[in-house]
Design a protein around this ligand. Structure first.
Ligand SMILES: N[C@@H](CCC(=O)N[C@@H](CS)C(=O)NCC(=O)O)C(=O)O
Length: 315
């Protein structure tokens, strides 16, 4: 296996294809995969730079699961061995006692998928082993399996009557926007880049239109569809506009999407989960294949996130 093949797909290819393969073991109320829901037993390993991890951070926070599911935060920049706990004293995660997330992946007796060491990953503190890194399923299980430990007024992020629509919208957003920005950024040919760019902006226009008459992406409440979209929007101007060449407009130049993104930042306190320095450092200093100098931009000015969004009337 070459070094490139061990990475999760974040490298230049003619036409970028994400290695979306996961460890699919689930943590459930009945523990049918061998892992029951248990306060204090698991540790969610994340990077504040990573949009896929961000979705689990937001879900955990919205549901009030911080005290039952602890979090290990990796530093934003790493080498081919992937995420390290270099922000922690001594460079070791204080609960797992390991310097690299790779150590928890390597504990798996049957190995792990070729997509490699990725965040988010849920680690069993008893065995020190990664249980799952399937972010699609992790957020759904936090909603449906961890109900006994959620805060009493937790929003229902995956309501039964909206699930079909949430899936449909999330799928479109995944291909064209969440992963679409990566397809632009890592395209190794002009045509592939332009195809991804056109699909991205067609979907951004669709979202702008859709959100002009409704406050949230699906129904009239915050759902996993919003949790799916938002981490990409918050990274847009800081990383994707420049680093990934998604530069038709900035998020701040899309009036509806910009107001929507600020609304969630403020109303649901999504802002407290964001670290722009980690985001910029990770993208610009880790993807040296598309930014060989590793120089990290000083901008953009992010003060606008705190300006009132004024979307309450749409709810
Ligand atoms: N692998 C998942 C998403 C998780 C993912 O790609 N995470 C990235 C960070 S944003 C990662 O951990 N990459 C490995 C690395 O940077 O070494 C997928 O393809 O859908």
């Amino acid at each position: 296996m070459t070094e490139q093949e061990t990475r999760s797909g974040s490298y230049v290819q003619d036409s970028y294809e994400r290695k979306a393969r996961y460890i699919e073991t689930r943590i459930t109320r009945d523990g049918h995969d061998g892992y029951g829901v248990e306060p204090g037993r698991y540790r969610l390993a994340v990077s504040r730079a990573c949009p896929w991890a961000h979705r689990t951070i937001l879900t955990r926070k919205l549901l009030g699961l911080e005290d039952v599911l602890s979090m290990a935060v990796a530093g934003p920049v790493h080498d081919e061995d992937s995420w390290t706990f270099d922000l922690d004293p001594g460079g070791v995660d204080p609960v797992l006692g390991i310097p690299k997330l790779k150590d928890a992946y390597d504990k798996r007796p049957d190995g792990y998928p070729e997509s490699g060491i990725t965040v988010p990953a849920v680690v069993d503190t008893q065995s020190g082993m990664v249980v799952t890194n399937d972010f699609h399923q992790i957020v759904k299980d936090l909603v449906t399996e961890w109900t006994d430990h959620q805060r009493p007024d937790a929003p229902d992020l995956w309501p039964e009557h909206l699930r079909d629509e949430i899936e449909k919208v999330s799928e479109l957003v995944y291909h064209d926007v969440n992963n679409g920005v990566y397809k632009c950024g890592f395209a190794g040919r002009q045509e592939s880049y332009e195809r991804a760019y056109d699909a991205l902006w067609a979907r951004m226009d669709w979202l702008e239109e859709r959100l002009s008459t409704q406050r949230y992406l699906v129904g009239d409440q915050l759902t996993l569809a919003d949790v799916r979209l938002w981490p990409t929007l918050v990274r847009f101007d800081a990383a994707y506009h420049g680093h990934f060449k998604c530069n038709r407009q900035k998020l701040t130049e899309m009036p509806v999407l910009w107001a929507y993104a600020r609304d969630l930042w403020q109303t649901w306190d999504f802002g407290s989960t964001v670290n722009f320095e980690h985001i910029k450092a990770h993208y610009y200093a880790t993807h040296l294949d598309i930014n060989p100098t590793g120089v990290v931009p000083k901008g953009p000015d992010t003060s606008g996130w705190d300006v009132p969004a004024g979307r309450e009337a749409l709810s």
